[in-house]
Ligand binder design. Structure first.
Ligand code: Z5A
Length: 204
């Protein structure tokens, strides 16, 4: 039985998720809320092993395999970490969740959305985040922000058009689910993004 709240943060590369997660963590702690940070793919012992496989630059795989592994990792994540934490009344803040599968595997890879929805039904059985913060930034700005990083992982090696499709898919999901997915302009300063997030979180 869920008692805590489940918040996810998503967006294209370089939108500032990692930066804002720390802000949200501090904000909620200051309100006296116990919150754990987690991420996808990953978040559990098995999930982190699957993450390494998914992101390794030499893991060539079929797009369906990629999708199935994302959901296999998610299944472990939900059962070993997310649901038990929520049941004890604590909150969970996840760096990415199912919306990323719709955006990257659906939008980016062009996989059939109905297949993703079938996996979502099977694995999540109606369970959804209470709120999703979608950090939106034009792809070229996001890429410039992460340009100084070292070697790119397997998904980061995709081209600009892939990430544009990912962004478009995120935006259309926020239009489809406006109550849950809060679209946030992340193209300006980190402080500007944090201020928008704070306003939205205060409504919870
Ligand atoms: N993936 C998938 O395909 N399907 C799925 O179902 C799931 C995931 C769950 C791993 O995700 C990959 O998995 C990801 C999607 C795929 N692939 N890609 N690409 P990840 O979240 O671990 O990795 P990531 O997307 O590469 O995250 P990221 O690059 O770390 O993005 P970020 O967290 O949004 O960026 P950041 O580290 O906060 O910020 C990047 C830099 O910009 C950093 O130097 C900051 O200091 C700077 N920054 C942040 N905010 C600002 C502002 N406002 N202005 C200027 N500079 C800023």
């Amino acid at each position: 039985m869920q008692k805590g709240k489940f918040i996810t943060i998503d967006g294209v590369e370089g939108a500032g998720k990692s930066t804002q997660i720390n802000f949200i963590f501090d904000y909620l702690n200051n309100k006296g809320i116990n919150v754990i940070l987690t991420r996808e793919p990953g978040g559990s012992d098995i999930g982190e092993k699957i993450r390494a496989l998914l992101l390794s630059a030499d893991s060539n795989m079929h797009s369906d395999t990629e999708l199935l592994l994302m959901f296999a990792a998610r299944n472990e994540h939900i059962h070993t970490k997310i649901l038990p934490t929520l049941a004890q009344g604590d909150w969970v803040l996840s760096d990415r969740f199912t919306d990323a599968s719709y955006a990257y595997q659906g939008g980016g890879r062009g996989l059939d959305i109905t297949r993703i929805a079938q996996l979502e039904d099977w694995v999540l059985q109606g369970f959804k985040p209470d709120m999703t913060l979608l950090l939106d930034v034009p792809v070229d700005i996001g890429m410039k922000r992460v340009a100084s990083r070292g070697a790119k992982d397997r998904i980061e090696q995709e081209d600009l058009s892939f990430f544009k499709r990912v962004r478009d898919a995120y935006i259309s999901r926020s239009e489809q689910y406006p109550k849950r997915i809060k679209l946030i302009d992340a193209s300006q300063s980190a402080e500007h993004t944090s201020a928008q997030i704070q306003t939205i979180l205060s409504t919870l």
